[in-house]
Design a protein. Structure first.
Length: 155
């Protein structure tokens, strides 16, 4: 078990199954030493998605937990595509999307659930990157969607 997966286990968490493709796209694209991850939703260990609008159907805290679950889903997707999470050097950029109503204003606080998970797994230096957090209506009523760019270790 690599150190990233050991850290996830140490946190008392587990990777869910990698989700199936939901459209015409690649889940992961690697160019040079950059890994681009398509938008990921909050897939739970039972393969069900966390759904609802944050601030109405879900509390901020539940939204943060959904965002953390997206982090687990994302790592499961990366592992399924490249085989070894140890190839990841650092997080570069996050785009966090929160399913909410127009009057909701706590997008950054919601996406903090994802960002804190990345810091917990990769450490402060490698787990924190540039970030945007926005609100919108998301497909399938999923609570949160996140896409990222990671840097890979040189081979």
């Amino acid at each position: 078990m690599n150190t990233i997966e050991a850290k996830i286990k140490e946190l008392g968490l587990e990777l869910p199954p990698a989700p199936p493709l939901g459209g015409i796209y690649y889940p992961v694209v690697i160019t040079g030493n950059h890994l681009y991850v398509s938008g990921q939703g909050p897939v739970q260990s039972n393969s069900e998605l966390i759904k609802g609008k944050v601030g109405r159907d879900l509390t901020l805290e539940e939204g943060q937990l959904a965002a953390c679950q997206v982090g687990l889903t994302m790592l499961a997707t990366i592992k399924a595509q490249i085989g070894d999470l140890g190839k990841i050097k650092r997080l570069i950029k996050t785009l966090g999307m929160v399913n909410c109503y127009p009057e909701f204003e706590q997008h950054p606080q919601t996406i903090n659930g994802f960002s804190q998970f990345m810091i917990d797994v990769f450490g402060e230096e490698n787990g924190k990157g540039a970030r945007s957090a926005v609100g919108m209506s998301l497909p399938g009523n999923i609570a949160v969607e996140v896409e990222c760019i990671f840097e890979l270790h040189e081979e």
